[in-house]
Ligand binder design. Sequence first.
Ligand code: GLP
Length: 235
Amino acid sequence: MKIIQVADQNEGGKVAVEILRSKLAEGAKTLGLATGSSPLSFYKELIESDIDLSDLVSVNLDEYVGLEADDPQSYHYFMNANLFSHKPFKKSFLPNGKAEDAEEETAAYNRILAENPVDFQILGIGTNGHIGFNEPGTSFDSQTHLVDLTPSTIEANARFFETIDQVPTQAISMGIANIMAAKSIVLFAYGKGKAQAIAGTVAGPVTEELPASVLQGHEDVMIIADAEALSLLDN
Ligand code: GLP
C-alpha cells in the first residue's frame, strides 16, 4: 500500500486526477466509482481537467434499495449531479435499487462487472472500515450482493436525509472480491472519524471484521488521506 498524505480534500482530488491520468496513459478504460463526500473533490477536479471520459465506461460500487434513480438521495442522482451531467462517460452502470428482484439484479451486476473489468477503482471508507457497502463480517470472497446496512452506517448516512427513518436499510453493493479484482485502487480518507478505520486498514490484521484491511493483499493500492485520518498510524 502506498500512503499519500495531503493537506486537504482539494489536494487529494488533484493528486488522484494525476494518478488517473497516468493510468489512462497505460490504457485504463473502465473506472470504478464511489459516492459519499470523500470522492467529491476528485470529481470536481476531474470535471475541470482536460481528461476526456467520453470513450470510457464507469461502474459504481453500490446503490440503495428502494430509491428511484431520480430520487435526490439515490446514488444514481449523486453521480449525475456530481459528475455525469458535467462529463458523461460512454456508458455508466449502477445497480438498480428499484429492481423487482434484487437477487436477480445482483447477478446481472456481476455479469456487467465480468464484461467491464475495472482498471481504476475509487473508494471511500466507512467509519467501521466498510468499503462499498461491505459491512464488517462480509466474506472476502463476496460478489455483488444484497446488504442489510448496520445501525452505524445508517446513522452515519442519516446526515444526507431529513430524518433517520428515511435512510434505506438495504443496499446492493459490489462484493469484496469484485473490488479486489480492480487493477488499481485509490482510497480517500479525510478527518478524525476515519482514523481508526485507516489504522486498521494499513497496520491491523487482515480480517473480515475490518473489510478495508483486505486491501493489504492488493498490489496497487494508494491511500490518499489527510493528517487527521492518518493520526492513529505510527510514522
Ligand atoms: C457510504 C458509501 C461508501 C462510502 C462511505 C463513506 O457508506 N456506501 O462507499 O465510502 O459512505 O462516506 P464519506 O466519504 O461521506 O465519509
